[in-house]
Design a protein around this ligand. Sequence first.
Ligand SMILES: [Fe+2]
Length: 241
Amino acid sequence: MKQLDLPGQTHVAEGPLDHTGMYVMHHAFRRDLARFAAAATATPLGEPDTWAALSARWDRFTHVLHEHHHAEDTHYWPVLHAAVSARGTNADRAEVTAMSDEHAEIDPALAALTDAFRAMGEHPCDDHRHALEIRLAGLRELLGDHLRHEETVVLPLVQRVMTEDEMAGVELAIQKGYRLRDTPFMIGWVTDGLPPAALERFFAFSGGPFKLLYAVVRRGYARREQRAFRHADPLGATLSP
Ligand SMILES: [Fe+2]
């Protein structure tokens, strides 16, 4: 099965298991951080509404990232761990453990950024902007390293040791974890900026009514994005830190 190769992605783990869901999520995390970094620098201090929109949008980002890591720690890595015990090596086991350890390191950086966005909303000034920029650069490096580790080492490992049945069980458990009320945002969010062929691939992968829902939600999603990121130049926001 030919896997997706999206902007910013560090490796393509070819193999029998479909990693579409993981690759589109990683693409969206990188895209978001590039936009937040551009917005943190370019948004004028005298626009409290835009800073409030950015802070609210940041809360969305942290929620999705927390959910993604929680789903992996709860549903994905335990199954991979069992598969490694049955069909892998001790070195493989260490890589799986590293995934949850890295998640734990990312959490404090997210919390500090939530405070930094709030500070900008309450008292916009150059000092708060610089603090925000520095923390965003730090998180881009930290999350970038984690996503690279997962893409270059762990997803190839998944291809080597997990069965199609195990993978199907993982996907199902993760999908059940999404809150229904997040669906409109999530559809806009996960598809935003995907090249056309990848978008079609995602619709085929997700099945069901996703393509129809996408047609319904995309305008509202784009309008809200514009409110928060109106000063972030999407062409200047490259996907690698
Ligand atoms: Fe992931």
